[in-house]
Design a protein around this ligand. Structure first.
Ligand code: UD1
Ligand code: CA
Length: 450
């Protein structure tokens, strides 16, 4: 059995009121079209064809490198006309038509529709809606599918039908070309309706059926930003439930946002309003406080991230302790049990086992050994205005508060740097290094207000 998935994406999407093509608007951090392409991949489709009209350049750019074919529909003359544009690629046993603006349909549901072709030539995915206004109505004769009537073409009796066409359809690839050649645009909208294939196939002695999707949210389209936000909530609820099933405790499943892939171990706790972006991995026993943003990072077993921390492109070792209010930037690598406290920023920093940067510091382009203590307000002066330079701090060193470490510079093992030091030259092992002058006191009268 061979399968082509045709994704309709040619609609203009004027109701988004946007410069961006509708199908590039994101749900869960990924363009709607990307979700549908992933669904096609999940079905192991032999070919994936995207029918585009507007914003072709932008679409191709967004999906460069994907294994997809592009078919242009220069004028939007209807869903049937759209599928006609993809016909050159539809030389497979089965063809599945999906909509790029229906991003949340599950691969399992699509697979059911494709499987229906084992006994019928055409299978439509339908859904029951309390308000069917605007949708094509499913007309049945007993259990059999007799036809689909577009809302604008209905008679009074058909208007009250609650079972509607989702638009998603599986078609016999060997018969599709013949059926499409019989389409006409003799209807209320003057369009070539894909839905007319139901009657055309039956008139040819072929069989058609409708598979009911039990969950309206799964097949809801996103035509404006209100529906886009609704789709976002549906997806986030799904993702939150999946996390809980995997062993994550969520303080409130309605207050977590996942915009990418979040991989988790067990016994993880996530407090409210956390956002996960890109690829994030949380090992067993990780605890994340409220209002953290975590992007493209790996968090080791039992690590604790306290509220309002921002972690981007970091590797955090087991039992490390972060925040509150910490900012870990790209290239931060924390060894196990390292501690990064409040208002500390790190970037391209390797920080050794059990080392502490507890308060108000910037540590960038740095190699920090084990058991180091970096006092409050310490800054690695890594940038000379043109180039970045490295700071190296040996095991067991103690950096006094308010020190400026002017890179490139090295601090030896077990060295102590006095508070307020501006270090311009390397500091030796074991010794105390100071750069400030002697403390002096002179008599002094404060100026008075005149
Ligand atoms: C279509 C169905 C209707 C169904 C409804 C579900 C037809 C004739 N009608 O109606 O039965 O209830 O979807 O939402 O199929 N598109 C193109 N090229 C075109 C026209 C549309 O690519 O020339 C794409 C759109 O981008 C969209 C999808 O096809 O992704 C559906 O188009 P839309 O205009 O929303 O379909 P409706 O007329 O609402
Ligand atoms: Ca529509």
């Amino acid at each position: 059995m061979s399968l082509t998935v045709v994704i309709l994406a040619a609609g203009q999407g004027t109701r988004m009121r946007s410069q961006l093509p509708k199908v590039l608007h994101k749900v869960g951090g990924k363009p709607m079209l990307g979700h549908v392409i992933d669904t096609a991949y999940a079905l192991s489709a032999d070919k994936v064809v995207v029918v585009y009209g507007h914003g072709g350049e932008q679409l191709r750019e967004a999906f460069a490198g994907e294994n997809i074919e592009w078919a242009q529909q220069a004028e939007q003359l209807g869903t049937g006309h759209a599928v006609q544009q993809a016909l050159p690629y539809c030389d497979t046993d089965k063809v599945l038509v999906l909509y790029a603006d229906v991003p949340l349909v599950r691969p399992e549901t699509c697979a059911e529709l494709v499987t229906a072709l084992d006994s019928d030539d055409l299978a439509v995915l339908s859904v029951e809606l309390s308000d069917p206004t605007g949708y094509g109505r499913i007309v049945r004769e007993g259990d059999a599918l007799a036809g689909i009537v577009e809302h604008k073409d209905t008679n009074a009796g058909q208007l009250t039908i609650n079972e509607v066409n989702t638009g998603l359809m599986a078609l016999n690839g060997r018969k599709l070309k013949g059926w499409l050649s019989e389409l006409s645009n003799d209807n209320a909208q003057g369009e070539y309706y894909l839905t007319d294939l139901v009657e055309i196939s039956r008139a040819n002695g072929d069989s058609a059926t409708a598979v009911v999707c039990p969950d309206p949210a799964e097949v809801a389209g996103a035509n404006n930003r209100i529906q886009l936000a609704e789709a976002e909530r549906v997806l986030q609820t799904r993702l939150a439930e999946s996390l809980m099933v995997q062993g994550v405790t969520l303080a409130d499943p309605a207050r977590i946002d996942i915009r990418g892939e979040l991989s988790v171990g067990q016994d993880i706790e996530i407090d409210v309003n956390c956002v996960f972006e890109g690829d994030v991995t949380l090992a067993d026993g990780v605890s994340i406080g409220a209002n953290c943003v975590i992007k493209d990072s790996r968090i080791g077993k039992g690590a604790v991230i306290k509220p309002f921390s921002h972690v981007d492109g970091a590797y955090i070792g087991a039992k490390a302790d972060i925040g509150p209010y910490a900012r870990l930037r790209e290239g931060t690598q924390l060894a196990p049990e390292a501690k990064i406290g409040n208002f500390v920023e790190t970037k391209k920093a390797n920080i050794g086992v059990g080392s502490k940067v507890n308060h108000l510091s910037y540590v960038g382009d740095a190699e920090v050994g084990e058991g180091v203590n970096i006092g409050a307000g310490t800054i690695t002066c890594n940038y000379d205005g043109a180039n970045k330079h490295k700071t190296i701090i040996g095991d067991g060193a103690f950096i006094g508060s308010g020190s400026n470490l002017v890179a490139p510079v090295s601090i030896g093992k077990n060295a102590t740097i006095g508070a307020g030091t501006t270090l311009r030259k390397d500091a030796p092992d074991e010794q105390l290094t100071l750069t400030r002058g002697k403390q002096q006191s002179v008599s002094w009268e404060r100026p008075k207000k005149s």
